[in-house]
Structures are given as C-alpha cells and as structure tokens.
Design a protein around this ligand. Structure first.
Ligand SMILES: Cc1cc2nc3c(=O)[nH]c(=O)nc-3n(C[C@H](O)[C@H](O)[C@H](O)COP(=O)(O)O)c2cc1C
Length: 385
C-alpha cells in the first residue's frame, strides 16, 4: 500500500485524499446530497444521538464479527452498496471493488448501471448480489434477471427509491457529464489531477456495460445514448405487483432497497421478501426523509423476526455500525466509504477503507465489552434526550 493511503487513518482521511485526486465535479457527484442537505446531515447526526455504554471486565481476547445472512455465513456485517458508474472515479471501477470485496470476504452488490458487466464481475468470484430497478421494458428486466441467475449472483436487490433522480443541484451547477469526457477544463484538470486524466485518456471508454452492444437497441454503442435509454426506462408507475412479479422471475433471495416507512416494511415482509434495506440512498433522493437509523427501531420491531434488515446511509465509523446493529440491523451497507477509497487509490484504496472499518468495529466491540455480533443489543446504547 502506498504511503498516502497508509497515512489515511479514518474514512474522512480517505475522503480528503479522494477530493484531491478527482476533478471537483466528480468528487461532488460522490459526496453530494439532494437539495438543502437536511437528510444528508441527518444521516450523520442520527448516530450522535446514541451513546455506547461499555461493560467492563469482560474477556475480549477473541472477537467474532461473523453473521448469518440469507442463510450464509459472512465474516463481517459489512456489505458494499451498489454504486453507478464507478469507473468515473477510478479506471478499474467495479473490478477493483469486487477484488477488494473478495479479499475481505464481503458481499458486493453490483449496480445495474455499472461500467463492468454482470458476467465480468462474476468472473472475479466475490460474493455478489445484483441490484436492479423496475424498468418499463419487461424483456430488458427478464434479460438482466436471467444473466444474474446464470452468473450465480446470490441475491437480487430491487431499488425502489430512485424511479426519478433526486435533485442534486451541485451536479447541475457543475454541468456534470456522466460518463466524464475530456472538456475545455481538461488542460486545467490534467494539471490538477494528472493520474485521473492520464487513465481517463488511456483506458477503454466508460460504458453502461450491461446494455452495451445490445442488438435490440438502436444506438447500441453510444454510451451517452445508452445511459439516456436506461434513465428513460425507469418506470414511475411501479407497484407491489411488480415486486411480486420480479420475485417470481428470480426465484431466489430477494431484497428491497430504499424502505423507510414501517408500513412498507410490513408490506414487503407480507409479500415474503427475504430482506429489506432501510435506506435513504445516502441522502441523494428525497430531502427531508428521515435517516435510516431513526426509523430502524420501529421497523425492527415490526418485521425483525420476518426478514433480514440491512441498513445503509451515513456509516463512516465502526461505532456507527455497532449502533445500527444494536438497534436491530442484521447487516450494514456502505457506499461512499469505499468510493472514497476507490478514488483515493483504486483497489488498495478500497482495501484501506475496509481495513479501517473492520479495525474500528473490532476495537470498539472490545472497548464495549462485546465479543460477538449477537452480543450487540439495545442495552449497549443510551439515547440522548
Ligand atoms: C456515487 C453513488 C452512486 C450510487 N449509485 C447507486 C445505484 O446505482 N443503485 C443504487 O441502488 N444505489 C446507488 N447509490 C446509493 C447507495 O447504494 C447507498 O444507498 C448509499 O451510498 C449509502 O449511503 P453512504 O454513501 O453514506 O454509505 C449510489 C450512491 C452513490 C454515492
């Protein structure tokens, strides 16, 4: 690992390094949130409303972070979120993330809008889920489902909070273009971000890999046209019937990502989903939505014994993970922490992000007096009124 990465001792250090390495518009695309950032801030602030109350004189020599999720044993409660267009942040994108996930024995949920195909990520052999949206074209959906099944993805994760993009004003102000292209600013960018620019210019073009070259589409090779096509395919009139249909097509572990309302959690459990991801998309969609941590206890009470509860949005510290587990989450998903690592140093940067969170989780479990994930309970917490 290079010196700059090893000097990053927490996720915020990786964020600062990522900021230096990326053109400003791309860094803000990762870092930014919707509208006034109420939800973005709540995602972090919610963790501060709980204190961890340690129990002492416990033998904490051995720490076991393993969990059982969807019938499989995993060595940690961490999962890597689906994130779109990751080759914009580092030329190796999803490949770097999947390789790091494999080394750490973590699940990586591949985004439909990835720059590496379903099949190429499967080749790497990491634990893998496939994230999908409800698209208008059922044939396209069935094709994705079949490909994920043929490539032995272990679960299908339907994202339901993004049928229309959140209002991310920084991207508009920055005139952000995805996939990024050399622009008038290129000369300036090359000076400020030489590594990123060099790789952008010398690596294969960034494409929407899962539909690139699809012979059913008119402009099957133009990345911009394909991205526009994918965006237009997002269905606004989605319903629980679509979920039931998709579960029938998939016939395997099925999760819904983007649940915040307890009634939705109950409906999902009634339909027989295997898990829900309590998430506000990292504050990128509906501003003024609550943070997942705030609604987690109510949701865990209602459906904790019926399906797996995974939480994402705002995890930056091992203590955050402990708090979510104590409030009823079975696992925790991270997005930006590994993207900061990716932008800061490719695969080694993702490794670093995962090492940091793993070390913090274990250290703080020791300090709290918990030697296994099952021992992390609401009695470890004290809510600040
Ligand atoms: C740059 C970026 C791209 C994302 N792309 C997707 C996506 O393609 N599909 C999806 O379901 N969620 C996507 N998300 C949301 C993440 O899966 C996750 O919900 C969020 O990042 C969690 O919050 P955190 O970044 O604070 O950990 C994206 C998030 C970011 C930051």
């Amino acid at each position: 690992m290079n010196k700059r990465l090893s000097r990053c001792v927490n996720i915020d250090d990786l964020r600062k390094l990522a900021k230096k390495k990326l053109p400003a518009a791309l860094f803000q695309y990762i870092d930014g949130v919707a509208e006034d950032g109420y939800t973005g801030r709540s995602n972090r602030n919610a963790f501060s409303r709980y204190q961890l109350v340690p129990k002492t004189l416990v033998d904490v020599e051995e720490i076991d972070c393993s969990i059982n999720l969807l019938g499989e044993t995993h060595s940690s409660p961490l999962i890597l979120c689906p994130t779109a267009f990751t080759r914009s942040f580092h030329h190796l994108g999803e490949v770097a993330v999947a390789k790091a996930a494999k080394k750490a024995d973590l699940v990586y949920a591949l985004s439909t809008v990835s720059n590496t195909s379903i099949e190429d990520i499967a080749e790497i052999g990491s634990k893998r889920w496939f994230q999908i949206y409800v698209y208008k074209d059922r044939a396209l959906l069935m094709d994705f489902i079949k490909r994920a099944k043929d490539s032995a993805y272990q679960a299908l994760c339907l994202t339901v909070d993004a049928s229309t993009p959140g209002n991310r004003e920084h991207d508009m102000r920055n005139g952000l273009v995805i996939p990024p292209r050399p622009s008038l600013n290129t000369v300036l960018e090359a000076g400020l971000h030489p590594y990123w620019c060099w790789h952008m210019l010398t690596s294969p073009p960034i494409v929407t890999a899962n539909i690139q070259g699809d012979s059913r589409l008119d402009s099957s090779s133009d990345p911009k046209a394909l991205l526009k096509y994918m965006a237009e395919q997002l269905a606004l009139n989605i319903s629980w019937d679509d979920v039931a249909w998709m579960m029938g097509e998939w016939q395997g572990p099925f999760l819904i990502k983007g649940i915040l309302h307890v009634e939705d959690a109950m409906k999902a459990a009634e339909l027989g989903v295997d898990g829900i991801v309590v998430s506000n998309h990292g504050g990128r969609q509906l501003d003024h939505a609550p943070s997942p941590l705030e609604v987690l206890p109510e949701i865990a009470d209602a459906v904790g014994d019926k399906c797996e509860i995974i939480m994402d949005s705002g995890f930056r510290r091992g203590t955050d993970i402990i708090k979510a587990l104590a409030l009823g989450a079975n696992a925790c998903m991270i997005g930006r922490p590994y993207l900061y690592g990716l932008a800061a140093g490719g695969e080694a940067g993702v490794d670093r992000a995962l090492q940091i969170l793993d070390a913090e989780l274990k250290r703080n479990m020791r300090l709290l007096g918990c030697t296994s994930i099952e021992q992390i309970k609401s009695s470890c917490l004290r809510k600040i009124r």
